[in-house]
Design a protein around this ligand. Structure first.
Ligand SMILES: *Cc1c(COP(=O)(O)O)cnc(C)c1O
Length: 396
């Protein structure tokens, strides 16, 4: 443990995170090393951010080249990597247009503004209300926080932003009941990530899409965690045979570099005109160059997406086996691709600590759900090592 650095960290940084007593210094692929030289296998992946692993050469080179050419110019001018990235996203999704920002919360804020503007312009001036789900997570800025259907995140920050209603996830009737003449959009995660890897039921999104069509509502998907190949498809909505009207992206979009995006169909995107929305750093040359390199690598031969589906199933099967062996510790295994959760019957803090002692980084969400979001390049033998370690820890 690097006592001196950790003390300084506590002295100079606001106390917003329950950080592990580890100072990470270097990473390559699935591995990271701390400041004492200890090696870890990283099953957190920056919380579903480092989709290609740490310091992927394609991303590193793209950043180096772009840093030498141009780092920032503002959106007063056209930016080559930004145009290239928008084209890549449009060609590989439901969308016709992209807007770039710097984080997930910023993408959600933009999506909320875009939906309200579109609804007021094209449906009715009184449309402003959003329906979101309990257990959701949409970010920490005030509107994104309000959209987040978990009271524990709201406490102390009231008054919240007006115009949000919550319904239980996976409950179609609850959505129908929550509709009013003021509703403008429904915003959901394809799989609830932060909320504990909660899966939608078979027909849920098809039915949500129908409700939106019948009532002239926009469907906003928050794919900040599920997007960029995480579930074995480039975007999770592809599993449900539906398309959203607006999608928010961030996390893995640039393989570790900060970026966010709002994607939309032309008719909806047109609600934004010069002066309605903007971001100084949004779509900045460095972030976009890293993102182009990330997406090109993800889509190359479809290899990584295939790998993610196959290895994700292998991972989940092994977690299920662990559950059969330790039914009193493990309540449920959930997830798709490499967005996997294992709900424990107790808090998971001690397990996370034991794993890190043995050189494996894992994450805990919602208090008792171990969340696994490794790089999409994770290998079978690395999963075997994690499973053996967990087996040993549960066995004691
Ligand atoms: C992480 C996350 C966010 C917030 O993203 P930030 O970049 O932390 O603002 C929003 N929605 C979902 C689904 C997320 O997983």
């Amino acid at each position: 443990m690097d006592r001196k650095l950790i003390d300084e960290s506590k002295k100079y940084l606001m106390n917003t995170y329950n950080r592990a007593p580890i100072v990470l210094r270097k990473g390559r692929g699935m591995k990271v090393w701390d400041s004492t030289g200890k090696e870890y296998l990283d099953f957190v992946g920056g919380i579903a951010v480092n989709c290609l692993g740490h310091c992927h050469p394609k991303v590193v080179i793209a950043l180096q080249k772009q840093a030498q050419r141009l780092i920032h110019v503002s959106n007063l001018y056209h930016i080559e990597p930004q145009i290239k990235l928008a084209r890549l996203l449009v060609e590989n999704s439901f969308a016709d247009k992209a807007f770039f920002c710097n984080s997930g919360a910023e993408a959600i804020e933009g999506a909320i503004k875009l939906a309200r503007k579109y609804a007021k312009d094209h449906v009715s001036p009184q449309k402003y209300e959003f329906i979101t789900a309990y257990g959701s997570f949409h970010g920490r800025t005030l509107a994104a926080l309000t959209a987040t259907g978990q009271e524990r995140f709201h406490k102390g920050f009231e008054p919240l932003v007006p115009g949000f209603k919550y319904v239980p996830y996976n409950d179609i009737e609850a959505i129908r009941k929550a509709l009013t003449e003021n509703t403008c959009a429904i915003m959901l995660e394809p799989i609830q990530g932060e909320g504990g890897i909660k899966m939608p039921s078979e027909d849920y999104f098809k039915q949500v899409r129908e409700i939106c069509n019948e009532n002239k509502l926009l469907l906003i998907l928050d794919e900040i965690q599920t997007g960029m190949g995480r579930t074995g498809k480039l975007f999770a909505y592809e599993h449900f045979n539906i398309e959203p009207d607006i999608m928010a992206l961030a996390k893995g979009l640039a393989g570790g570099f900060p970026i966010g995006a709002i994607l939309a169909k032309d008719a909806v995107a047109a609600a934004f005109q010069p002066g309605t929305h903007a971001s100084t750093f949004g779509g900045n040359p460095l972030a976009c160059a890293a993102s182009v390199a990330t997406i090109e690598t993800l889509l190359e031969d479809g290899f990584l997406l295939d790998h993610c589906r196959r290895i994700g199933k292998y991972f989940k099967d092994n977690l299920e086996k662990l559950k059969r062996d330790f039914p009193s510790y493990i309540a449920e295994v959930r997830g798709l691709g490499l967005l996997l959760g294992m709900e424990l019957t107790k808090t998971c803090g001690p397990i996370v600590e034991s794993c890190s002692g043995r050189g494996i980084l894992i994450n805990c969400t919602s208090g008792n759900v171990l969340r696994f979001t490794p790089a999409l390049i994770v290998a079978e033998k690395e999963i075997d090592y994690l499973i053996d370690t967990l087996e040993d820890i549960f066995g004691r």
